[in-house]
Design a protein around this ligand. Structure first.
Ligand SMILES: NC(=O)c1ccc[n+]([C@@H]2O[C@H](COP(=O)([O-])OP(=O)(O)OC[C@H]3O[C@@H](n4cnc5c(N)ncnc54)[C@H](O)[C@@H]3O)[C@@H](O)[C@H]2O)c1
Ligand SMILES: CC(C)[C@@H](O)CC[C@@H](C)[C@H]1CC[C@H]2[C@@H]3[C@H](O)C=C4C[C@@H](O)CC[C@]4(C)[C@H]3CC[C@]12C
Length: 437
C-alpha cells in the first residue's frame, strides 16, 4: 500500500504542504518485513541459544538475506513498458507497478513529455528507463517495445474541448495504437493491455442513459465526436489483435480496460474546475440535475487494475485474452457536479442551486456560442472552455456501471476504499491550493 508523504493534515483546508508533497511516498513494505523477519529470527535464535556467540545469530540474518537475494534475483525478470507513463493515469500506473509487481526487472516509461519526478524512481532495485518518444512514430515505438514482456498502453490525446484537431486525435489514439500493436508483433512482446474508456460505449449522441450497466448490457454505441470515435476504433484494433502470432510464434494476448471518469491526485479537469470556482468567489453554479448519475473511479484503483490485469493476463490468456473490463470501485453514484463537490467542498467551494440555475435550452445556446467562439478565435488563440455541446450532453446523460467481471476473471478488488480515495484527493487539492498561493 503506497505510503503518503508525512505532514499532510486532513480536514477543511488544514495545514498543507506544497503540491509536490502530494506525490505519494512509496516504500516497498516487503523489504521492511524481510528485515523484521531477520531481526525476529535473530531474536529467536538468541533466545534458544543464549550462550551462542552473536556470530551464529548474524549467520541467521545473513542466510535470510542471501535467500532473499536469490528469490528476488529469480523473481525479477520481467520488462514492462508503460506508454503515456507521465500522464495523470500513467504516473499512477508506473508507481503502482514499482510498488506491487515484484517480478519487475526493468520498467520503461515512454512518453512525449517526460516528467522530472522520474528521476526519484531511479534509486530503487528496478531499472527505470525513461524514453521520450511519440506513439505516432512507428520506429520509436518499436525501439521502446523491443524486449518488453508486457506493454501497458495508456498514451493518448484526451480531448473533448476542441484543443486538438480531429486528425491529430485520430493520429495519436488510433495510429498510435496500431503502432503499438505492430511493435508487439514484430518484436515478440506477448502481452498488451490497452487503456480504453467508458466512452467506447457511451453516452451516445442520442443521449440514451446507461444506468448501472455492465460489459454485456445492450447499448447503441453511436459516436460522432473525434475522441470517443478514436477510442472505440483503437479498442477494436487491440481486441482484434488478440491471438495474432508475434515474432517467435507465440500468440499476442490483449485486453482493454474501460475506466469511467477517473478522479484523484493529478486530475487536470478537477484542478481547472477548482480554479474556476475560486475565480467566481468560491462558488460553482449547478448546471446539471442531481439525478443524472455519472460513473467515477479513483485513479489509484484504475492503476491497480492495470497492474493486476497485466499480471493475470499472463496466467489466464484463454479466459482474459480479447476481453474488455470496466474499471470500477466503491465511489458513489452521483451527478458529475455533486461528485466533484466531495472534494471541492472541503476546499471551501460551494455549489449554488439545488437544481440547474439555467434552463437546458439556454445552456445549449451558451455551449453553442462557446463552440462558435472557439472556431472564430482559433486563428488567434485557443479558447477551450469546459462548456461545449459535447461536454454538456455528456454531463447531462446518465452513465454508470455496476459490474464484477474484473473480480470474476482476475480477482480484482479495489485497493483503495471510497473513504481513502476521497481523503487522498482532498489532500492533493489542499496541497495544490497552498502551492497556488
Ligand atoms: N482521465 C479520464 O477520466 C479517463 C477515463 C477513461 C479513460 N482514459 C484514458 O486513459 C489514458 C490516459 O488518460 P489521462 O487522463 O491520464 O490523460 P493524460 O493526458 O494525463 O495522459 C496521457 C499521456 O499520454 C502522453 N501522450 C500524448 N500523446 C502522445 C504521443 N503522441 N506519444 C507519446 N505519448 C503521448 C501525454 O504526454 C500524457 O503523458 C488515455 O488513453 C485516456 O483515453 C482517461
Ligand atoms: C460545464 C458543465 C456542463 C460541467 O458539468 C461539464 C463537465 C464536463 C467537463 C465533464 C462531464 C463528464 C466528463 C467526462 C467523463 O467523466 C468521462 C470522460 C471519458 C474519458 O475517457 C476522458 C474524460 C471524459 C471525456 C470526461 C471529460 C469532462 C466531462 C465531459
Amino acid at each position: 500500500m503506497p505510503v503518503e508523504h508525512s505532514g499532510h493534515q486532513g480536514g477543511p483546508c488544514g495545514k498543507r504542504v506544497g503540491e509536490e508533497g502530494w506525490r505519494l511516498g512509496w516504500s516497498v513494505p516487503g523489504m521492511a518485513r524481510r528485515e523484521e523477519q531477520a531481526e525476529g529470527d535473530n531474536h529467536l535464535s538468541l533466545a534458544g541459544n543464549e550462550r551462542r556467540p552473536a556470530l551464529v545469530a548474524s549467520l541467521g540474518t545473513l542466510g535470510l538475506w542471501l535467500q532473499d537475494m536469490a528469490d528476488s534475483a529469480q523473481a525479477q525478470k520481467l520488462v514492462y513498458l508503460v506508454t503515456g507513463g507521465c500522464g495523470f493515469l500513467g504516473e499512477h500506473v508506473v508507481r503502482m507497478l514499482l510498488q506491487q509487481e515484484p517480478r519487475l526487472r526493468e520498467l520503461r516509461i515512454f512518453d512525449l513529455h517526460l516528467g522530472p519526478w522520474l528521476e526519484e524512481l531511479k534509486t530503487g532495485p528496478v531499472q527505470v528507463t525513461a524514453i521520450q518518444g511519440d506513439v505516432t512514430q512507428a520506429h520509436e515505438v518499436a525501439a521502446a517495445v523491443a524486449g518488453a514482456h508486457v506493454v501497458i498502453h495508456t498514451a493518448g490525446l484526451v480531448d473533448v474541448f476542441g484543443k486538438a484537431s480531429p486528425e491529430t486525435i485520430h493520429e495519436v489514439n488510433v495510429q498510435g495504437t496500431k503502432n503499438v500493436i505492430e511493435a508487439c508483433v514484430q518484436t515478440g512482446t506477448q502481452f498488451l493491455v490497452y487503456t480504453s474508456s467508458m466512452e467506447v460505449v457511451g453516452p451516445n449522441i442520442k443521449g440514451h442513459p446507461f444506468y448501472r450497466g455492465n460489459e454485456d448490457t445492450p447499448y447503441e454505441a453511436v459516436h460522432r465526436h473525434p475522441y470517443p470515435s478514436s477510442k472505440a476504433r483503437a479498442e477494436q484494433l487491440v481486441l482484434e489483435a488478440n491471438g495474432r502470432k508475434v515474432r517467435g510464434g507465440l500468440p499476442l494476448v490483449t485486453c482493454a480496460l474501460r475506466p469511467t471518469g477517473i478522479y484523484g491526485e493529478g486530475h487536470q479537469i478537477m484542478r481547472d474546475i477548482y480554479y474556476q470556482g475560486l475565480r467566481l468567489g468560491g462558488r460553482l453554479f449547478r448546471a446539471i440535475p442531481a439525478s443524472v448519475e455519472h460513473g467515477r473511479v479513483y485513479v489509484g484503483n484504475v492503476a491497480w487494475m492495470h497492474v493486476l490485469v497485466a499480471r493475470e493476463l499472463q496466467q489466464r490468456p484463454a479466459l482474459m485474452g480479447g476481453q474488455v473490463y470496466f474499471c470500477y470501485d466503491k465511489s458513489p453514484y452521483k451527478s458529475y457536479e455533486d461528485f466533484n463537490m466531495e472534494f471541492l467542498g472541503p476546499c471551501g467551494l460551494r455549489l449554488v442551486g439545488t437544481r440547474p440555475l439555467l434552463p437546458y435550452w439556454l445552456l445549449m445556446l451558451l455551449a453553442a456560442l462557446n463552440a462558435l467562439l472557439q472556431w472564430l478565435l482559433r486563428p488567434l488563440l485557443l479558447y477551450a472552455p469546459l462548456l461545449n455541446p459535447y461536454t454538456l450532453a455528456m454531463a447531462n446523460t446518465t452513465f454508470t456501471v455496476s459490474t464484477n467481471k474484473a473480480q470474476r476473471h482476475f480477482g480484482y478488488e479495489p485497493l483503495f476504499s471510497w473513504e481513502e480515495s476521497r481523503t487522498r484527493t482532498i489532500r492533493w487539492m489542499q496541497a495544490m491550493d497552498s502551492s497556488a498561493q
